[in-house]
Design a protein around this ligand. Sequence first.
Ligand code: CO
Ligand code: CO
Ligand code: CO
Length: 331
Amino acid sequence: MGPGDLKAILQHLPFIEDADVLVGLETSDDAGVVLLNDEIAIVQTVDYITPVCDDPYLYGQIAAANALSDIYAMGAKPFTALNLCNFPTLNISKETLAKILQGGLDKLKESNTKLIGGHTIKDEELKYGLAVTGLVHPKKIITNKGAKIGDYIIITKPIGTGVSLEAYKKGNVSYEDFNKILTIMSQLNKTASELMIKYNAHACTDITGFGLAGHASNIANQSNTTLKFYASKIPVYPISLELFKKGHKTGISNILYNVYNDKCKFENGIKDYLKEVLFDPQTSGGLLICLEKNNAFKLLTELLANNIIASLCGIVIEKTEHQIIVSDQEE
Ligand code: CO
Ligand code: CO
Ligand code: CO
């Protein structure tokens, strides 16, 4: 299924409006949010992935960081989680499966999330992830909506996990190089989320399967603005950039290109390989945060002080015929 297909399927279902559903299906947000009372809203999300590496413990960590990320992108705090295990019975040891779960559990501990259960099903292809419930004050939910003209855009974590993963599988990237990317993929967006709340983020999403183009397009669409990026400022893994230069891309990149290229305007001078940065699907990517200019500088300083790779890489402008503009000049 490609992006858009799910929307088409959901169209056939009767959609029931509910005043307590603060964030539902219609805004392409990272998680659903339901009002519990004046003080608390419940945030729910589910994400699971096929293995991204041969190290089961690291895979478990990355799957958990990836699942928790949607909670952090909403400005919420994770509270409880359930394991989702599609585990093969053949050709895999119990020890390996235990290491996957240990990786997930350690990330849950780091995020102060309580694991309270889970579900296991036999599946030929290994998959692991989590359903996560978070909490947020109903007035402090950060969504795709809310980016304001003049806001600065900060991206945390470099882009390029998709192209590197595919190249690693084909033997075009060394494990040593790929491991540097895996380490960052295993990092939680916890601190970045706490800091963006501190600096009053107007809009946020995490950059995952739909790539920078897809997730930026959601913010532009929901906020009625255009997001303008400075090509040289978008953070990209050096290894991934080299792969883009050599013409590497993932199968999903082509699908994302077909869906989102029309929504993007690449100004003259943007090299073709740099365009691929917009269409590379991410696993356990970082946050895309829109916030007021002065706060953006403070946030960037504090992110970097916390050893989080981050870059101030664009500005929110008045809505144009394109949702995304990629420029080679900084304003
Ligand atoms: Co998300
Ligand atoms: Co998700
Ligand atoms: Co069950």
